[in-house]
Design a protein around this ligand. Structure first.
Ligand SMILES: Nc1ncnc2c1ncn2[C@@H]1O[C@H](COP(=O)(O)OP(=O)(O)O)[C@@H](O)[C@H]1O
Ligand SMILES: [Mg+2]
Length: 389
């Protein structure tokens, strides 16, 4: 088909102009499932390059297509060795296609769990990569707002592959350093207390989430696993008292614990910044131990997988969302738009109602990667509730 005929065909089929570019890609296997669609490997046929294409169904966006355009607008300007690059994008009548550089190394937890050995020292290298990308974002006044293990992918399969940050679906550009964003956003278990309490938030939310990620990769369970009920969980998150159970934390350096405590400060003003994290002795020094943490980490990752699946079924969607204002799983606005005037909702309500949607449940069930849950052999162990991250 000549391009003139093809153009006419697209016009007749009411396809957007950019749809023309879809012909250059041959789609392959599914790499990951996300909130609104899936990410598939594809080949850019003109030069044979393999890429990752995030396919987002417009029908799932409930008319808020601006959300995807925002994601494109943010990510196309990012140039950092630890951030996935956007190479192209196009759309059809029904879908958006975001073409990214392909990362072949798999998601953070999944890949760690396949390793033969994983130490605190290995963790520092990964967390440093994470903070390199986050401090770059924060320097450019961008808050990611959905830092979690599924959004970190290894660039390739080599042992020292860089960790890449992906998914700018709910990222925001702040107009100034002290702009306050106010929507509910993030993912269960990783969202900072100021997000859950709707106190207004900023860059510090990414540091909190990194604190949860850091804690979890060192022991395989989440820092607040013990607290099932929303009120107790909030009290724990606000207590500035992070518990390091000896059974799992013996031999892990005091620097690691100090790093985590500073990341999980309940007051965002007291929390260390991404830049400070990079300067912290845990990341700059040599105190991190080389003890193999993997047996404990794996034990805790897998111990309650069945329960976790049941919990996920109830939660149904991994992202906090505002049901009355938009599609599942995404926060739709920040202080620059309508959110400042929205009627207040409790996070519990979001959690409850999130469980009533069917669509995303399927997607979550497909996600097989291990997730940290509660330490099962601790004497004080109780069955964790719906707040297990
Ligand atoms: N560039 C990429 N290369 C390889 N896999 C990717 C890439 N981008 C995303 N993925 C996989 O797809 C999943 C979903 O992508 P993501 O951008 O996080 O979508 P969502 O916004 O729906 O969560 C990721 O968790 C990851 O497993
Ligand atoms: Mg994601």
């Amino acid at each position: 088909m000549t391009s003139a005929i093809r153009g006419m065909w697209h016009h007749l089929a009411q396809q957007p102009e950019s749809y023309e570019r879809k012909q250059y890609y041959t789609f392959g296997r599914v790499l990951g499932a996300g909130t609104f669609g899936e990410v598939r490997e594809a080949v850019f046929t003109p030069d044979g390059r393999h890429v990752a294409i995030k396919v987002i169904k417009k029908s799932g966006l409930s008319g808020d297509e601006a959300m995807v355009l925002k994601e494109i607008d943010i990510v196309r300007h990012l140039h950092h060795p630890n951030i996935v690059k956007l190479l192209d994008w196009f759309e059809s009548k029904d879908k958006y296609y975001l073409v990214f550089e392909l990362c072949t190394g798999g998601e953070l937890f999944e890949e760690i769990s396949k390793r033969g050995h994983f130490s605190e020292e290995d963790a520092t290298n990964l967390i440093r990569c994470g903070y390199d990308s986050i401090s770059y974002l924060h320097d450019h006044n961008i808050v990611h707002r959905d830092i979690k293990p599924e959004n970190f992918i290894f660039k390739d399969r080599s042992r020292d592959a860089p960790l890449m940050l992906a998914d700018f679906g709910i990222a925001r550009i702040m107009k100034s350093d002290d702009e306050v964003l106010s929507t509910m956003c993030g993912s269960f278990g990783y969202a900072a207390p100021e997000v859950l309490l709707r106190k207004g938030h900023g860059k510090a939310v990414d540091v909190w989430s990194m604190g949860v990620v850091t804690f979890s990769i060192l022991c395989g369970y989440s820092p607040f696993w013990r607290f099932e009920e929303h009120k107790a969980l909030m009290t724990a998150m606000l207590s500035d008292n992070i518990e390091f159970i000896d059974t799992y934390w013996w031999g892990i350096s005091d620097n690691a614990k100090d790093f985590i405590r500073r990341s999980l400060k309940s007051n965002p003003d007291e929390r260390m910044t991404a830049r400070e994290a990079l300067q912290h002795p845990w990341l700059t020094g040599e105190s991190a131990s080389t003890r193999d943490l993997l047996p404990d980490v794996l034990h805790n990752f897998n111990a309650r997988a069945t329960l976790r699946r049941a919990v996920l079924k109830l939660q149904a969607v991994n992202r906090l969302r505002k049901l009355s204002h938009g599609p599942a799983g995404r926060s739709l606005s920040d202080s620059s738009s309508t959110s400042d005037h929205e009627r207040p909702q409790s996070s519990e309500m979001d959690v409850d109602q999130a469980g009533k949607s069917d669509g995303p449940t399927e997607k979550l069930e497909q996600q097989q990667s291990p997730e940290p849950c509660s330490p099962p052999t601790d004497p004080k162990d109780t069955v964790p509730g719906s707040w297990v991250p």
